[in-house]
Each structure stands twice: as structure tokens, then as C-alpha cells.
Ligand binder design. Structure first.
Ligand SMILES: Cc1ncc(COP(=O)(O)O)c(C=O)c1O
Length: 409
């Protein structure tokens, strides 16, 4: 019998057009940051509606550029969610700022604005300068509520939309896009291969603030400026023109440049974003129907959907009451893998990582929402090429594994 195809939990989609676009760059004069980078930035600015877009080497670099642009440092703190990839918290540590973790709603996996408000209320020294919510799995967090809390305290919002390019939310009778809305100052994207738009590695920040954008462009390239010099006598021979070789650095930055190779791939992928989002939404619907049909008693439940959002479905997360069912998550994952089905857990709560525990983050048990969520979370395969038959195979395999436990109990 032939083995069924392995279904990973996430997977990039590369077409002949993508390959031709990248090949054209390889034959061009530019490999590192050249004309393809601003072309990609313009395309992402168009999609999000933001006036400024700064592309860079990864989502992690994008987060770092965002906190640098806001000027965060040693005496500051940020609030983020523990239900995220490490980078959403680590970016604050790169500039010496402290990380405070708010709890989440275990039904959605999203940061809980009430928990954020409590952290601000206890911030007697006014150290919290920014909130970094994550649009977990592709579903927008409650930006209007978070912005209204943060702004009472003069803090900024950097929303991490690494899972959620193309998602929207409704507020006050209007529809807002992630990446351009009045409830955030900077929005961060990732173009890692499991995300909607794959570049190998890549990231971007959108904003409507040209000053923040200018700082991020500087920090992405070692802090170098080629205009507005401090040292005028070195900059020019006195004829009012800058010396052709001259550049200046007032503050060190990084090499967070994106290459033209990556940008061209990203630009080609962005063209397919509408169809890839539509396909992900169809797959999510198929999963919802199948789970309703096979697990009517709620043994396996998808995350709750908010009524006012259009989800981008980076991940399809289900919650399973492993304890009640008498089976461990590791056994379920291993048995699925043996049948050619990859799953993943998003995420190990970041505040429980040894590094954050040593820094005095909330101890186990202190953030009950995220711990309840974590105990039952499992991400099923989600990517545009998944077929309805694949979804049926995944849900039926889960049913077989859980039935086997029930009959042996
Ligand atoms: C929520 C979130 N934030 C940030 C990142 C970091 O992005 P990158 O892997 O492009 O550095 C990721 C990537 O996995 C992510 O999922």
C-alpha cells in the first residue's frame, strides 16, 4: 500500500511565476537591497493602506526596529501576550526594556484588555511605554479597546500581525485593516515560509508616521545617513555639496536589510494574497463543519471566532480536553505523525520560559487564562494546498485515535 502524503502543519506555496521572478533578480545587477525592495514596500503599503512601509530581514528584526523607533530603553517596559512566538517579547529585551505579560482569553487565544488595564493600573512609576498585542492565529486582537487603554497612559501600540496579513476588524460601524488603522502606531509582519507570504526570511513594519519610518530605515542599515550631516567640515569640501563617499552614523544600527531576491519573491507572492486568504477561509469552514459533525459533544473545539473580524487563518488551532479524554497531547501528536499528519503547539507560554522566569515573570499558575489555553491547544495543518479530503483525513484520524482510547478505557 502506498503511504499517504505527509501533511505538515504549515507549508509555503511556490509557483513557476515566483521562480521566474526570483531568477530575473539573480540575473540582474542587484542581489542585496536594490529596486525590488521599494517595489515590495509599495505593494504592501497598497494592500494595508499604510502610508509608510519599511521592509527588513525578518519579523524579529521588524519588531526590533519598531521598539528602536519608539526610543524604548533601559528604564521602560512593554506589555505583551504570553501566547506568542518568543520574538514579540524578546524585542523589548534587545533594548533593555522589561517585559510584562498580560493574560489571554482561553477561548480565543488573544490578549485580554482587562489584564492589560490592570498592569497599567499597577505601573506607579509610569514605565510602560508600549503594548504589543498579537493577532494570534490570524484573528485580530481587540485593538480599539487596547488603544483606548494604552493612550490613557501615553503608551504606544505595536501590533504584531505576523499571523494576520489581510485580516480586518469592524469598530464603530467602520472596517479597519491591520497595518493601517487609528488604533495602532506600528504594525509588524513576518514573511517566514509558514506565513501567508513566504520569502525564506523577511519582515516589514507599516506606519503612518514618516518620522518613525525614517528612523527604522536608518536602523535597518547600521544607522547610516547620507543627508543631514552633523560634521559639516568632513561632509563637504565647502562647495555646499556632500563629498561623494561621505556617510555618517550618529547612533549604531544593524544590518536588517532585505535582499532583492527575497523582496522579488515576496512581491510575486503578495499578488496571490487575496486567493490564498480566500482558500484559507474555505479550509477553516471545512474544518468547522467536520468538527461539528464528528465531535458534536465538544471533545474537540476550534478557537472561538469573534463576530466583528475577518480572520486571516494563519493557524487552525483546536482545543482538546486531553485530561478528560485520558490521553496525552504527546501521544495524540505522535499517533497523528505516524499516520502522516503533522501538528504543532502554538505556543508554550513565553513567560514560563526559563529566561523570563529568572527575570521574575509571573510564576506558574499566575496567568490562568494562558495556562488553560495551553493545556488543550493543538494546531492542525493549515495551508492553501490542503484539500477537503485532507481535512477529512485529519479529522477522521483524530476521531479514530480518541475512539481507541474510549474503547480501551
Ligand atoms: C507572532 C510572531 N511574531 C514574530 C515572529 C517572528 O518572525 P520571524 O520568524 O520572521 O523573525 C513570528 C514568527 O514565527 C511570529 O509568529
Amino acid at each position: 500500500m502506498t503511504k499517504p502524503t505527509f501533511l505538515p502543519y504549515g507549508r509555503q506555496n511556490i509557483t513557476d511565476d515566483d521562480i521566474q521572478t526570483v531568477t530575473a533578480v539573480l540575473r540582474s545587477d542587484w542581489l542585496t537591497q536594490g529596486p525590488a525592495v521599494p517595489e515590495f514596500e509599495d505593494a504592501l503599503a497598497d494592500i494595508t493602506g499604510a502610508s509608510e512601509c519599511v521592509a527588513c530581514s525578518s519579523g524579529t528584526a521588524a519588531l526590533h526596529l519598531a521598539v528602536l523607533a519608539l526610543g524604548l530603553g533601559d528604564n521602560d517596559a512593554i506589555i505583551t501576550t504570553p501566547n506568542t512566538f518568543l520574538a514579540s517579547a524578546n524585542c523589548a529585551r534587545y533594548v533593555g526594556a522589561d517585559v510584562l505579560f498580560a493574560d489571554i482569553d482561553p477561548e480565543t487565544g488573544l490578549i485580554n484588555p482587562e489584564s492589560v488595564a490592570r498592569l497599567f493600573e499597577h505601573d506607579s512609576e509610569h514605565r510602560i511605554r508600549a503594548v504589543i498585542p498579537v493577532h494570534f492565529a490570524g484573528q485580530p486582537a481587540d485593538l480599539p479597546a487596547l488603544a483606548s487603554i494604552a493612550r490613557q497612559y501615553g503608551a504606544k501600540i505595536i501590533d504584531d500581525a505576523c499571523h494576520a496579513i489581510g485580516a480586518t476588524y469592524d469598530s464603530d460601524g467602520q472596517t479597519f485593516k491591520l497595518g493601517n488603522n487609528p488604533h495602532s502606531d506600528l504594525t509588524v509582519f513576518s514573511f517566514h515560509p509558514v506565513k501567508h507570504v513566504a520569502m525564506g526570511e523577511g519582515g516589514a513594519v507599516t506606519t503612518d508616521d514618516p518620522e518613525l519610518a525614517e528612523k527604522m530605515r536608518r536602523f535597518r542599515n547600521h544607522g547610516i545617513v547620507r543627508d543631514r550631516f552633523e560634521n559639516e567640515s568632513m561632509a563637504s569640501a565647502g562647495d555646499g555639496r556632500a563629498n561623494p563617499w561621505y556617510h555618517e552614523m550618529s547612533e549604531p544600527g544593524f544590518n536588517y536589510r532585505l535582499t532583492d531576491i527575497q523582496a522579488a519573491l515576496g512581491r510575486s507572492q503578495l499578488k496571490r494574497l487575496p486567493e490564498s486568504l480566500a482558500r484559507r477561509r474555505e479550509i477553516a469552514e471545512t474544518y468547522h463543519h467536520l468538527l461539528d459533525e464528528k465531535f458534536a459533544a465538544g471533545e474537540i473545539r476550534p478557537l472561538e471566532l469573534l463576530p466583528n473580524v475577518n480572520h486571516a487563518w494563519h493557524l487552525f488551532v483546536v482545543r482538546i480536553d486531553f485530561e478528560r479524554l485520558g490521553i496525552s497531547r504527546a501521544v495524540v501528536m505522535n499517533q497523528l505523525r505516524a499516520q502522516g499528519i503533522g501538528t504543532q503547539v502554538h505556543y508554550i507560554p513565553v513567560h514560563l520560559q526559563p529566561y523570563y522566569q529568572k527575570l521574575g515573570s509571573p510564576v506558574p499558575g499566575a496567568l490562568p487564562g494562558v495556562e488553560k489555553y495551553y493545556a488543550g491547544a493543538l494546531s492542525l495543518p493549515m495551508y492553501p494546498e490542503l484539500t477537503e479530503a485532507d481535512c477529512r483525513r485529519i479529522v477522521e484520524e483524530l476521531e479514530r485515535i480518541l475512539n481507541r482510547v474510549a474503547t480501551h478505557a
